[in-house]
Design a protein around this ligand. Structure first.
Ligand code: ADP
Ligand code: GN1
Ligand code: MG
Length: 367
């Protein structure tokens, strides 16, 4: 639940941005786990966000990345004859000319145009949507393939360093600050038994087999807007974690979220499994969107990307549960533990379907 005080503060903050017309109604919006998001009605509609201060230690760097990446994308969109106001985010500047506003309590707020006539899904409703989202995420990486990566700040250091995440998890188990480890013995064991997986992609990167690219790093389905009229993935949003990373991470995170037959926080685990048909569709769409920019090894490692990202995300949910739910927004008791369990179920299902996943990818590679 959003507290009223925060809503009142959001309303107050709007007058510091260069908006068109008078600020009108404002309400909480979306279902992200990280920032506080509001929809503002003025002459046009805006998205206002209070950036998560404990997660993004350097919000100015985050906004520098986002203004850099969106300006770059706008040029490419214009060259292709597209609509630069709809096909990427537009940062609305504050009245003192900054891409954010810092309030008296030290919180950072930012504003974008709302992407209109578009939908954002928390689960796959039609196969076509999922396929289109894959193309759009693939294309996002492709469009950024010549972005000057060295100018990007690492907004969350080691974001997909699964090995480092494992170490944090082990510490959380040991410290057990909330006394919850005894309720999660099976879950803890599951992650510990699979420790080997944590080093696989990092090792390949170190050996030069997987190149560092500019990636999104948080490619779940509700981080893309789908055009209501054309059904295409029109705009990739949530650019907080655009950083140098691995293409297989971007692929994998979408699979973890979208190719599951159940919601990320489903409590009935019998509903959770990897849908191989959706896996196949996403693989085709993603490769199409990448337009030949992936190396053979990257393509061969797509199933591993899916497994590692599912493992890592579940590990993060479990760590947060053990640490007292301080990172992800939770809406019920045990929410993070429920989320961790769905990811475990998916990892186990991927292990069972490993050969089929590999076969699908190698067939797509031939197309
Ligand atoms: P979080 O990091 O908390 O996930 P997001 O930036 O993803 O924050 O925003 C949360 C939700 O708000 C999105 O899933 C989407 O529904 C909505 N949203 C964010 N930006 C826009 C936008 N520019 N236009 C329309 N909807 C948006
Ligand atoms: C968070 O911001 P949001 O809700 O799109 C998280 C992702 C996780 C995801 C799990 C910055 O994504 O890494 O995969 O939750 N984002 C951050 O649903 O930590
Ligand atoms: Mg999001």
């Amino acid at each position: 639940m959003m507290n009223m005080d925060l809503l009142a503060r959001a309303k107050e903050v709007t007058r510091h941005f260069q908006i068109q017309g008078e600020a009108g109604e404002i309400c909480p919006w979306g279902s992200g786990h990280i920032n506080d998001t509001f929809l503002l009605q003025a002459q046009v509609r805006y998205i206002l966000q209070r950036m998560n201060r404990s997660i993004f230690a350097k919000p100015v760097d985050v906004m520098e990345n986002i203004t850099g990446v969106t300006s770059f994308l706008k040029e490419k969109i214009k060259q292709a004859g597209g609509d630069e106001l709809r096909e990427t985010l537009t940062v609305i500047f504050s009245k003192d000319g900054k891409p954010f506003y810092q309030d008296a309590s030290g919180d950072y707020w930012r504003m974008y145009y709302m992407i209109e006539d578009a939908m954002c899904y928390d689960k796959v409703e039609t196969e076509q949507d999922f396929y289109e989202s894959a193309k759009a995420f693939g294309n996002f990486g492709h469009l950024l393939s010549d972005y000057p990566a060295e100018t990007l700040h690492e907004t969350i250091p080691g974001f997909h360093d699964t090995g480092a995440r494992f170490e944090v998890f082990q510490r959380a188990v040991k410290e057990d600050v909330c006394g919850r480890a005894k309720e999660a013995e099976e879950e803890i064991r599951f992650y510990q038994e699979r420790k080997d997986i944590t080093g696989v992609l990092g090792q390949m990167q170190a050996e030069g087999k997987l190149p560092l690219r500019v990636t999104h790093n948080d490619t779940k389905l509700n981080n893309i807007m789908m055009d209501k009229r054309t059904g295409k993935g029109i705009c990739v949003i949530d650019l907080d974690t655009v950083m140098p990373g691995l293409s297989v991470h971007d692929f994998g995170d979408s699979i973890r979220f979208g190719a599951s037959t159940g919601a990320e926080d489903e409590q009935d685990l019998s509903k959770v499994s990897l849908d191989l048909h959706l896996f196949d569709l996403y693989t085709r769409g993603f490769l199409e969107g990448c337009q030949g920019s992936l190396r053979e090894t990257e393509i061969a490692m797509l199933p591993m990307g899916a497994k590692v990202m599912t493992y890592e995300c579940g590990l993060r949910f479990l760590t947060d549960y053990l640490q007292g739910d301080t990172y992800f927004k939770t809406h019920r008791k045990g929410h993070n533990l429920d989320r961790c369990r769905t990811q475990m179920k998916l990892v186990a299902d991927m292990e069972a379907k490993w050969q089929e996943m590999q076969k699908i990818v190698s067939q797509c590679q031939k197309i």
